[in-house]
Design a protein around this ligand. Structure first.
Ligand code: ACO
Length: 284
């Protein structure tokens, strides 16, 4: 039987910004910052995420964006009080406006972000918390993180595209199982099902994510962007459309890449014989 929750005691009002950003060495660490509410997504948090993602996208000091949570949670999903209860009395039109901001950053914005993104899942991750994990390009979880599609436990379905995020990464049987049972699973299980790329002990999580971010920082940023967008776009295309799209992307690269990386790499491999593309990056 589940441990009963303590009766709510009066807590100080939130005084800190709902999102914290620290930039170091080309990496922007974006922390969902409502630890006392397990980083549940409130309208204020959504508004601030949109603002911060916009700022970071054009900040030349930032090459990679990492999203994580303050305290022992990554994200406990939508804020049941400030989002669901508050929107219950609204009309359908008002609800649509209300929920647009949360969808905006959780998947629309992140899915095709101009810079590489990594979700660093440090703890509790429920419901809508899945969205940013899946929308980020890569995801690393702590073994100790606890995931759950808890919607079934409170009379909801995993909406707001949570189910779409789930079936996009996890297989059909696992998606159905966790959607229907609401059972929790840990970081290792999340990695084995493809919801995250890998899981490591919590004590090593930040180091692993930093190392991963450094690998990305070393790549040609234009190529990285085109490659990750292509990865996401071709899924819904047929083979002909995909071939055409990918060739068009290559053409586009010739004009978009200020580094002219392809040319440099060709010269270094074919003429100068100074590197092997199979084993690492060209010299910038
Ligand atoms: N929405 C609003 N408040 C929340 C949420 C949430 N999703 N999650 C936690 N909180 C609040 C609690 O109400 C509590 O507030 P209080 O201090 O004012 O009473 C505080 O955060 C701490 O919560 P506890 O339950 O006491 O924390 P605990 O560490 O024991 O448990 C856990 C953490 C497992 C995450 C639990 O809070 C929980 O089950 N939360 C809800 C998870 C969920 O179902 N999310 C919705 C998913 S569906 C969707 O996103 C569409």
């Amino acid at each position: 039987m589940a441990t009963p929750r303590k009766k709510a005691v009066a807590r100080p009002a939130e005084t800190e910004a709902p999102v914290k950003v620290d930039i170091a060495g080309g990496i922007a660490w974006v922390t969902l910052n409502r630890p006392e509410k397990r980083n549940a997504i409130s309208p204020a948090l959504s508004a601030e995420m949109i603002r911060q993602l916009d700022l970071l996208e054009v900040n030349p000091e930032v090459g990679v964006v990492v999203i994580t949570g303050a305290g022992n949670a990554y994200c406990a999903g939508m804020d049941l009080k400030e989002f669901f209860r508050a929107s219950d009395p609204l009309s359908a039109e008002e609800k649509a406006v209300f929920s647009r901001a949360s969808a905006q950053w959780q998947w629309r914005r992140l899915n095709y972000y101009m810079k590489p993104t990594i979700a660093m899942v440090n703890g509790w991750c429920f419901g809508a918390g899945f969205n940013s994990v899946v929308s980020c390009d890569l995801a690393v979880a702590a073994n100790e993180a606890v995931f759950g599609l808890s919607e079934i436990n409170w009379g909801m379905i995993p909406a707001g595209n949570v189910l779409k995020a789930t079936v996009t990464t996890m297989n059909h049987r696992d998606s159905l199982y966790y959607t229907m049972t609401g059972e929790t699973f840990d970081g290792k299980k999340a990695a084995s099902m493809g919801l995250v790329n890998e899981s490591v002990p919590l004590s090593k999580l930040k180091k692993r994510v930093t190392d991963l971010a450094k690998i990305l920082l070393d790549k040609n940023p234009t190529t990285l962007r085109q490659a990750k967008h292509a990865c996401k776009r071709v899924i819904s295309m047929d083979w002909d459309a995909s071939e055409d799209y990918l060739f068009a992307k290559i053409d586009q690269m010739r004009f978009l890449d200020p580094e002219q990386g392809r040319q440099k790499a060709m010269t270094q491999f074919l003429d100068e014989k100074t590197y092997r593309p199979g084993l690492g990056n060209y010299k910038k």
